[in-house]
Ligand binder design. Structure first.
Ligand code: 4AD
Ligand code: MG
Length: 472
């Protein structure tokens, strides 16, 4: 359909298959095959078809039509198909079909995640998701990176945050126990305690230290019980890791990469973006003036590709937050005297949306609020971490230059209570040919949210995994 809709000439013989969106006046079928947001109008002359067949052209039905593509006589479309043959491939009981030709709430559609891509909004979002993932592979491929598959089942906790889903082949009701009552994992299939990966970073580091420039792109899991519009228990992460690159290089890479993938969809998925943009503008009109967006979706995307991200150290950010008055009278409750606390999302939002009004890269965070593997600065209290904050999203990227010095890394692990035996292979990298290296993790769904203007992360992944959503 996507190809047919761009035709200027008459196509004498064609055959297409798709799903009926609507059937109007016993004559006009709006057919969608998923290739584009646009339906193709198929015109049936009811004199030529059996009444019983016409009755089966219902919303949701799968059909095949044969006919001629001609310039449309009606308004609203350039071309249409004059149908000569029509076959019902799969009936749809219109009365019970959940996706009626009307506006459904996103909550309702989430409960019908298996059918929600039959709507314009979700098909557009998922085509954009697909294009973005292609753009990501394309970017890395064109920049000399190798795609690395990091394991899903691992024995290590890459983030040291203890938010892992356990994986075991042991009888969960009655696992073998050690004398002290703890589970005896030595009898497990893997012979030790294992979990679903929270990040492929540590494994990617091993490949960066041999293949030079690598990236992962795969599912990651966090057993955090957070019910927000930005957290999933299962999400996809892109993690590039580069040898001989410092934090400044890491920031350059992340910025160039984000701009490039957004540029890509602006050129390939224009119609989907225009549709989603219009949807957001319509939604905006129903809001009070003060809450309305100052930029359209496409303007926001162009803004990101055309402007430099603002680079600010954590300490500078704290100074800004201490001295500002976010709501005219009051200053922020936190952070007034406390250098060393993590930023809350309201602080991040203030910096990005009110203060700088552009994407922000925050760097050099206090060591105590960041992971053990980050490179300690000479001041002994900050690490070479970076977070990228996007308007409307907050943190979209987290990354760092890695600690390459064996002795310092050992100290940091000890301070974080991580046994050396657990990460002996990770320490090996610092024993044999260690070097400066850096990388970051991009939360794929957060990127899709930004690119589509969707406000709930559950609506940008096919089958969301959150504490409430595990139906499918
Ligand atoms: O900041 P995080 O936890 O960093 C890491 O995992 C590093 N190992 C990455 C690296 O340096 N290679 O996660 C990275 C990004 C976040 O910035 C966020 O965009 C996303 O992953 N993210 C989540 N997305 C959805 N749901 C969750 N529960 C997420 N947790 C993190
Ligand atoms: Mg983070």
């Amino acid at each position: 359909v996507s190809e047919l809709l761009s035709q200027d000439i008459v196509v004498p013989e064609l055959e297409i298959k798709g799903w009926v969106r609507t059937f109007r006046a016993n004559r006009f079928i709006a057919l969608n095959d998923g290739s584009t947001i646009n339906n193709i109008q198929c015109v049936v002359d009811f004199n030529n078809f059996d009444e019983s067949l016409l009755k089966r052209i219902t919303t949701g039905a799968a059909i095949q039509v044969k006919g001629v593509l001609v310039e449309s006589q009606g308004k609203g479309q350039k071309v249409e198909i004059q149908v000569s043959e029509l076959e019902i491939l799969g009936d749809s009981d219109a009365e019970h079909y959940p996706i009626q030709p009307k506006k459904h709430s996103f909550e309702f559609l989430r409960e019908n995640a298996h059918l929600r891509t039959r709507t314009n909004t979700f098909s557009a979002v998922m085509r954009l998701r697909s294009s973005l993932s292609f753009a990501i592979h394309k970017y890395f491929n064109e920049h000399g990176f190798h795609y690395m598959h990091s394991p899903i089942i691992t024995g290590s906790d890459a983030e040291g945050a203890g938010e892992m889903f356990k994986v075991t082949s042991l009888d969960s009701e009655n696992p073998p126990r050690n004398e002290d009552g703890t589970i005896d994992y030595s009898q497990d299939f893997f012979g030790k305690e294992t979990n679903l990966t929270v990040s492929g970073q540590l494994e990617a580091e091993t490949y960066a230290m041999s293949l030079g420039k690598v990236y992962t792109f795969g599912p990651t899991f966090r057993a955090e019980n957070s019910n927000t519009s930005r957290h999933l228990a299962e999400f996809w992460m892109i993690e590039p890791e580069v040898a001989f690159m410092n934090l400044a290089g890491n920031m350059d890479l992340a910025e160039d990469f984000l701009k490039s993938v957004i540029k890509y969809i602006l050129s390939t998925n224009r119609e989907d973006l225009e549709f989603l943009d219009q949807r957001l503008q319509d939604e905006d009109k129903r809001k009070p003036q003060a809450e309305r967006s100052t930029m359209t979706l496409i303007e926001k995307l162009n803004f990101v590709t055309d402007n430099n991200f603002k680079r600010v150290s954590y300490s500078e950010a704290i100074d800004i937050l201490r001295n500002c008055k976010p709501n005219k009278k009051k200053k922020f409750k936190y952070l007034i005297n406390e250098w060393g606390t993590d930023l809350q999302s309201e602080h991040e939002r203030f910096l990005v949306e009110k203060h700088f009004k552009c994407p922000v890269i925050l760097f050099d965070y206090p060591a105590n609020i960041k992971a053990f593997y980050m490179r300690l600065n000479d001041d002994g209290k900050t690490v070479r971490a970076m977070d990228i904050l996007f308007p409307g999203i907050g943190e979209i990227v987290g990354g760092a230059q890695r600690e390459e010095r064996l002795d310092v890394l050992k100290e940091r692990m000890a301070a974080a209570n991580i046994p050396e035996e657990e990460l002996w292979w990770y320490l090996d990298l610092r024993k044999y040919g260690t070097a400066v290296h850096s990388g970051f993790g991009l939360g794929f769904e957060r990127l899709v949210m930004f690119a589509t203007g969707m406000s709930n992360i559950r609506d940008v992944i096919p089958f969301p995994r959150t504490p409430q959503n595990a139906e499918f």
